[in-house]
Design a protein. Sequence first.
Length: 229
Amino acid sequence: MNDSETTAAPDPSEPDANPRWQRRPQARPEEIVRAALQTFVERGYAATRLDDIARLAGVSKGTLYLYYSNKEALFQAAVRENLTPVIVAAEESVAQHHGASLVLLEQLYRRWAASLMDPVLGGLCKLIIAEAGNFPDTARLYVEEVVLRIRSIFRRVVERAMADGELRPLPAEQVVRELMTPILFLSVWRHSLAAYEPRPLNTEQFLENHWDMFLHGLLPIPGNRPDRK
């Protein structure tokens, strides 16, 4: 990958000429990642410089290289450290849940929607999609560590609901995609074309309507659409 900031890393052992760039004792990778996430979302990947991130984090550029070899490594850390906790929380909620699967499915739906509607996390997802062709390793990491994991969580709950008769039996993987894809589209829309829309979309109403249509399209109730043969 060609990245103008991957070579000639400063020697972190050499003191900086400007005293304000001296490493603070409390500096941690978490601070750098938070600054990186904010800068990436605000400026985009290509326009972000490591100098910008270092300035926002309050550390020297040399300090960045103590933890991350280049800009893409820092970007991948931002993906992992900000989205992985959301996935882990979802996995724990499934493991600890007792009761109706539809209750759990709705909880997962609302939590995942809230995560993608978050200005920073939603902006990160949109950025990854936009840069997928330029940085395939990062795109692959996102698919493997975020997309596939969250789909697997939803699929387990959907399969459980179908086995318990709470939902009609249909291909679970397809059902999960149809539940989750509109959330992702809405998140990307909010961070791209929504600003030019003459009549702003009511996000909360969109999500409520989507859940209602999804749920009532799968409930095993009289008068519902027959299963496709």
